[in-house]
Design a protein around this ligand. Structure first.
Ligand code: NAI
Ligand code: AKG
Length: 424
């Protein structure tokens, strides 16, 4: 193992978020972190993969691979989404699980970080196959998850129905009702009001605070949203309802643009009727790449990682990037954007509204006491604004990226928990 701090950080054995490597390097120096502190943050506590057979509709059996990474649990049980994607790897999930630990610390909820999923293209599965794959994965995982161990939630290509299958399979195995095993459930089965749109709404609270700080006002604010799933669609809807001009949106196949602003309810209706954004009347078709560099005030990546990179960072026209996706901006692109004074509101702050309301759902399940929408909205706003108001002054005073300011704050909190436990 290399003995120099930076060498160690850049070596293959270091797993701490390669997604924000440059910020991490500067935090190690800024906090004058000891090697043992770097090591504890660099190391996922548990990372595992399971292989399991599933009977397909054809009658043939197919093997699937599922993963789960429980990155750090110093502050509480690990928490994080389940993603179904054909290119999922343990290494990548380690990065996302690290971000979950950081995110939970940032908004001060008593969880560590996890992330998991199955290597699968859901578009190639029937509904029955999707259910059998999910249930088989949970059978393999049931000893390692639990309301006080590790609590899954939705992520890319998983939804409320998948969460119900996770809960139901876990309850069958345990022989009792355990709604707090998973969050993001439908209301009828212990879900929380607001959770469906909480990631988007939390991001909108933060965006409005940032617009206010930067003195950007008026009806000319143009917004582009990449991704039209749970997060992107709700962000576009909420912003449209608030009177902002949402000029461009996209999904995995294509995008649409109207510089005067899209009629978002009509776009939502079109997408749910046709299954795509293409052929929406009164809009020009654009690619996902064109959306990133389109003429807008606020760019909202709400799909996958690494959409803003070395190639396009110099051509981004937005003044603010609100990262509702996890890790949509590469580390190198973040530096370019910082140099160009584009405000990047990092994922760990911008999209934390999802896990905040997941935390509220978990509390409601444990207490069997369900809250009204107003109470949840108020508590969500408070959590998001407290985080923004703590991060923003550090960002201004230290003239660093907002990501570095947020990471620094969370790392101090995680290390304090490790210290109190006697691990440091
Ligand atoms: N669901 C949640 O509560 C949270 C989600 N996130 C993050 O938000 C992002 C989106 O998640 P969800 O909306 O839940 O997923 P989703 O599965 O509901 O939607 C994903 C969307 O991305 C689009 N997409 C897929 N590949 C794409 C590509 N190559 N280019 C452009 N668009 C593409 C899909 O067409 C779909 O519209 C992910 O990065 C996720 O990790 C973060 C925090 C919480
Ligand atoms: O709601 C949760 O528990 C986790 C959501 C998630 O996976 C994320 O914030 O990236």
């Amino acid at each position: 193992m290399p003995n120099n701090k930076l060498e160690r950080i850049h070596s293959d054995s270091a797993s701490t978020c390669k997604l924000c490597q440059m910020e991490m390097d500067s935090i190690h120096e800024r906090l004058d972190m000891k090697m043992e502190e770097i090591d504890i943050l660099d190391t996922p506590r548990r990372s595992f993969s399971v292989h399991f057979p599933v009977r397909m509709d054809s009658g043939k059996t197919k093997m699937f691979i599922g993963h789960r990474v429980q990155y750090n649990d110093a502050r509480g049980p690990t928490k994080g989404g389940i993603r179904y994607h054909p290119e999922l790897t343990v290494e990548y999930l380690q990065n996302l699980a690290f971000l979950m630990a950081i995110k939970c610390a940032l908004v001060e909820i008593p969880f560590g970080g996890a992330k998991g999923g199955i290597v699968v293209n859901t578009k190639e599965l029937s509904r029955g196959e999707l259910e059998r794959v999910t249930r088989a994965y949970i059978r393999e995982m049931s000893d390692y998850i639990g309301p006080f161990k590790d609590i899954p939630a939705p992520d890319v290509y998983t939804d409320e129905q998948v969460m119900v299958w996770i809960m139901d399979e876990f309850e069958r195995i345990k022989g009792e009702h355990v709604p707090s095993i998973v969050t993001g459930k439908p209301l009828a089965l212990g879900g929380s009001k607001v959770r469906k749109y909480s990631t988007a709404l939390g991001g909108v609270y933060i965006l409005e605070a940032a617009l206010n700080e930067l003195g950007i006002t008026g009806s000319d604010i143009k917004i582009a949203v990449q991704g039209f799933g749970n997060v992107g669609k709700n962000a576009a809807r909420i912003l449209h309802e608030k009177g902002y001009k949402v000029c461009a949106v996209s999904d995995s196949t294509s995008g649409i643009l109207n510089e005067k602003g899209l009629d978002i309810p009509a776009v939502i209706e079109h997408k749910s009727r046709t299954g795509h954004l293409m052929d929406f009347p009164d809009a020009k078709e654009i690619t996902n790449k064109e959306l990133i560099t389109s003429d807008c005030t606020v760019l909202i990546p709400a799909a996958l990682s690494d959409q803003i990179d070395l190639e396009n960072a110099n051509n981004v026209k937005a003044q603010i990037i609100l990262e509702l996706a996890n890790a949509p901006t590469s580390s190198e692109a973040s530096q370019i954007l910082l140099g160009r004074s584009v405000l990047v509101i990092p994922d760990i702050l911008a999209n934390a509204g999802g896990v905040v309301v997941s935390y509220f759902e978990w509390i409601q399940n444990l207490n069997q006491d369900y809250w009204e929408e107003e109470k949840i909205l108020e508590k969500l706003r408070k959590k998001m604004m407290t985080a923004f108001e703590t991060v923003y002054p550090i960002y201004c005073e230290e003239k660093c990226s907002m990501r570095r300011a947020a990471l620094q704050l969370s790392i101090e909190r995680i290390l304090e928990a490790e210290r109190l436990r006697g691990n440091l």
